[in-house]
Design a protein around this ligand. Structure first.
Ligand SMILES: C[S@@+](CC[C@H](N)C(=O)[O-])C[C@H]1O[C@@H](n2cnc3c(N)ncnc32)[C@H](O)[C@@H]1O
Length: 260
């Protein structure tokens, strides 16, 4: 899909989801807390939450960095409007992680939880963050890799040939981008996190209600037939365990520092 159209689709989808996002984003919130725990214990006066969504992470960052000015940036205007209403004490800027609207050396910390998997060029995200950070500043980021939602992908593969799950970059490629960047790597990990749901509807609804729609070119264009949906739901049952139906996320987390 053309990059501009893809970005508009992502922004539209998340804007539409803004009001309900926090009610359904249990997994994203859990990951946010883990990423906060990775943040450095250093003097920090300016923080950017990149892809801030509803602004959920802003008070968590404020707890950690009480003295800092904290800015939220997001691609989706609807997310930003909602975030401003929920968190009027913070600054907000509309911005694209692949083309950040900030001066050089502006932030001590750029924090980004589960946002940049929507970008086409991960190396560009890293170089934009590098530019906006002060020397000695940190980028603490999580993103998704290939293997994410593989249960949904495999269940649909038994039903039709459409692409039902967004494409994510291979973890080896993402890790290589990190290592090839100008940052020094303080922490880099890729691990699987599983979000269990009681039934298929709950799993697929949670994705839709946070705005994580399938925007791939190979997605089905028309309505999916009730028969295909039934087959998909039956195929999903083969993944059920005592904990419920799994939605797996392959998460790359890192803490990088810009050399002084
Ligand atoms: C899954 S939400 C995560 C929101 C928040 N970080 C959290 O932890 O709850 C992804 C967010 O990334 C934003 N986003 C997607 N692509 C972006 C881009 N290129 N630049 C900035 N934000 C982007 C979306 O609009 C959405 O608000």
């Amino acid at each position: 899909m053309h990059d501009v159209i893809a970005k508009q689709a992502v922004a539209h989808s998340f804007s539409q989801a803004a009001k309900d996002y926090d009610k359904f984003a249990h997994f994203q919130h859990e990951l946010a807390q883990q990423l906060i725990d990775l943040c450095p214990d250093t003097h920090t006066s300016a923080v950017l939450d990149l892809g801030c969504g509803t602004g959920y992470c802003l008070p968590l960052l404020k707890q950690q960095y009480a003295q800092a000015d904290i800015t939220g940036a997001d691609l989706a205007p609807g997310m930003l409007n909602w975030a401003k209403q929920q968190h009027p004490d913070f600054l907000f800027v509309q911005g694209d992680a692949e083309n950040l609207p900030f001066e050089e050396h502006q932030f001590d910390l750029i924090f980004s939880n589960l946002a940049v998997q929507w970008c086409a060029d991960f190396s560009k995200v890293l170089s934009e963050a590098y530019h906006a950070l002060k020397p000695g500043g940190h980028l603490v980021l999580s993103t998704l890799a290939d293997g994410t939602l593989n249960e949904i992908e495999r269940a649909w593969q038994s039903v039709d040939t459409h692409q039902h799950v967004n494409e994510f970059e291979a973890e080896a490629f993402l890790s290589e981008c990190v290592k090839q960047s100008d940052f020094n790597v303080e922490y880099l990990d890729v691990s699987t996190h599983i979000d269990y749901h009681p039934d298929v509807r709950s799993l697929t609804d949670s994705l839709k209600r946070i705005g994580a729609h399938n925007i791939t070119g190979g997605r089905a264009k028309g309505l999916t037939s009730p028969r295909a949906i039934k087959q998909f739901m039956q195929a999903m049952e083969s993944f059920r365990s005592d904990l419920g139906l799994p939605g797996s996320y392959r998460v790359l987390s890192c803490r990088l520092v810009k050399p002084i």
